[in-house]
Design a protein. Structure first.
Length: 196
């Protein structure tokens, strides 16, 4: 007594034929599906919050870009049509600064991407203490930006007791003298480093 079994090709062909016969539900049917909304509903507050946080400032910036509004005269605001955009594209100094900003942004993104990719490839290899090194690498993300700014301002860049001033003093770079009775806030080297 011989038995025959279906070959895998036959079962695959039958499965494809069965899928073709089943009608695909329309967009309205999928959108109004209760099971889909059960999954989507918890995400709705986050979506609304993200839209409010990103799109309202974008729209406000777009509206302000059409206004003639100067910081010296905050009460004199009027619609300026496309004058602001004409100024951006016709003023050579402004065009140069916009070009420099674009070049700086692209350069920073490319360099950051290359350095980050290199570090991630190095940390992907197995070595002794890899977990500790990974933890130390992610630690700066846990520091609140305001706390980090205050740390840099007071502990490192403070002209009287900051770490940078201590190093500059050890290198022999002295503080500038008082000018017109007011002490100078930093040292020569301080301004050089800030210039970078």
């Amino acid at each position: 007594m011989a038995t025959t079994t279906a070959t895998p090709l036959d079962t695959k062909a039958e499965a494809k034929a069965a899928k073709k016969k089943e009608p695909k539900p329309s967009f309205n049917e999928r959108w109004m599906n209760k099971q889909g909304w059960v999954r989507r509903f918890p995400l709705l507050p986050a979506l609304v919050f993200t839209i409010i946080l990103t799109q309202i400032p974008f729209l406000a910036t777009l509206i302000i870009s059409f206004m003639n509004w100067q910081a010296n005269y905050p009460n004199e605001i009027f619609f300026g049509t496309l004058n602001n955009y004409a100024t951006v594209f016709t003023d050579p100094a402004l065009r140069s600064s916009v070009f420099f900003t674009v070049v700086l942004t692209v350069t920073v993104v490319i360099v950051s991407l290359a350095i980050g990719l290199g570090i991630s490839l190095l940390l992907n290899r197995s070595f002794f203490g890899r977990g500790a090194v990974r933890t130390m690498m992610i630690t700066p993300f846990l520091i609140v930006p305001v706390a980090a700014a205050l740390l840099w301002k007071h502990a490192i860049y403070n002209p009287v007791y900051g770490l940078l001033n201590g190093i500059l003093t050890m290198l022999g770079i002295e503080a500038e003298k008082e000018r017109a009775g007011k002490p100078v806030e930093g040292r020569k080297g301080h301004r050089i480093i800030l210039g970078f």
